[in-house]
Ligand binder design. Structure first.
Ligand SMILES: *Cc1c(COP(=O)(O)O)cnc(C)c1O
Length: 409
């Protein structure tokens, strides 16, 4: 049986302390592990095999993922080294800037200090290359030549294509639902004009990976190893905030599958559990796809056809299809199991914001800071503006930290 032990708080850190000084947390001392485990009262529920309903064993995942990523998925290590080759690629855009949004502060006339960690300078324009690169590298190490995945707005797809080109793997793209898989054909039979969903595209990708020995599956969010890779964001941020003598009072991130949020927030939650800081940690989701605030916390499939393991998560149901007019992104039916778990434990809060308020916030941000956000982080921007305006009322000069990225073209 595989027990998934709070890898929530595992951190993706480089092996040498001298690398990128000022950006990464040092490797923890052995006592760290015990301390942290002591704070997390309950181990996250394990994923279940879709047929036997028994906890998933590592070998069950072998048709889909390389050994190293399976190991990371179930790891209870505190720190996992970033491979040298991955660090070398990260140098293209990391460390990413932590920017004070002074002009937005002025526009809102707020005493709050607003900082954003900007992941938009990566080759794909989002945080996705942070995990695409290590995922492809792990597959390439195992001699895998073909990868299959799904993508929504294309940010994950373009990040994975970028990583594939670095390590010599090919990339082809099919619109979903497609005629090349059983899962896709079944959906099209019922509704030939189906708008598709991430859940359907995942079913198609998993079906292809499971049927081909030389093909592995990659996911851009939700899974533990993906969240783990993204913690490079929060680790850098802790160092950057330390360097300018600031401590965040409120940390805000948008949640689709939860990877950018976890990437920023989990290292801060670890610091919080260690008693070093006490920020409010706030996830923001679209009112049109409210998995954390309106979903049930239950075992559900990650895909529409029910081929993935069952994961205990906040879910709107694996057959959820978002409203086609919802343009704000973050349309996945479930929330990352680790975020769901941390939410249940009360270490963070969540709320949903309607689309118009998000886009209004994006316009204020673009007009004052000069950067057009992707639709997804407009949720974090809207929540940041709400908090900043609240500070204006109370006169508090809270330090607000949010994650932001940009369009990919
Ligand atoms: C990955 C992705 C999301 C979800 O982001 P998380 O950080 O995992 O919540 C939303 N929209 C697009 C286009 C994405 O690529």
């Amino acid at each position: 049986m595989v027990v998934f032990v709070c890898s929530t708080l595992t951190v993706f850190a480089p092996s040498g302390d001298d690398l990128w000084v000022g950006c990464f947390a040092r490797k923890s001392k052995p006592t760290h592990l015990k301390l942290l485990a002591g704070y997390l009262p309950i181990i996250p529920p394990p994923p279940l095999h879709p047929k036997t309903l028994e906890p998933v064993k590592p070998e069950d995942l072998s048709p889909l993922f390389p050994d190293e990523l399976i190991k990371q998925e179930a790891s209870s290590e505190r720190f996992i080294d970033i491979p040298e080759e991955v660090l070398d690629v990260y140098k293209l855009w990391r460390p990413t800037p932590l920017i004070r949004a002074r002009r937005l502060e002025k526009l809102l006339d707020t005493p709050a200090k607003i900082y954003y960690k900007y992941e938009g300078g990566s080759p794909a324009g989002s945080h996705k290359p942070n995990t695409a690169v290590p995922q492809v590298w792990c597959n390439a190490q195992q001699g895998i030549k073909n990868l299959v995945t799904e993508t929504g707005a294309g940010q994950w797809g373009s990040a994975l294509a970028f990583a594939c080109s670095l390590f010599g793997l090919n990339c082809e793209v099919h619109p979903s639902p497609s005629n090349i898989t059983e899962a896709g054909r079944r959906i099209l039979q019922i509704d030939p004009s189906s708008p598709g969903s991430l859940g359907i595209a995942i079913s198609e990708a998993v079906e292809i990976a499971a049927a081909n020995a030389d093909t592995m599956y990659c996911l851009g969010s939700v899974l533990n190893h993906v969240l783990l890779h993204q913690t490079v964001i929060g680790e850098e941020c802790i160092k950057q905030m330390e360097a300018i003598g600031e401590t965040p009072d409120v940390i805000i991130g948008c949640t689709g599958g939860g990877s950018n949020f976890a990437g920023l927030a989990f290292p801060f939650i670890r610091e919080k559990l260690n008693g070093k800081i006490n920020p409010l940690i706030r996830a923001v989701e679209p009112a049109a796809c409210p998995s954390l605030t309106k979903g049930v916390y239950a075992y559900d499939y990650g895909d529409t056809a029910g081929m993935t393991p069952l994961m205990k998560m906040h879910t709107l149901g694996h057959d959820f299809i978002p409203d086609p007019i919802h343009a704000g992104g973050l349309r996945y039916h479930g929330m990352a199991p680790l975020i769901s778990h941390v939410f249940e434990l009360g270490f963070m809060e969540a709320f949903a914001i309607p689309q118009i308020e998000c886009f209004r916030g994006a316009i204020q941000f673009a007009r004052s800071e000069g950067l057009i956000p992707a639709p997804e982080p407009t949720h974090a921007i809207a929540a940041t503006i709400r908090e900043a305006l609240h500070c204006k009322q109370t006169g508090e000069s809270k330090v607000i930290l949010m994650a932001k990225w940009t369009w990919s073209f």
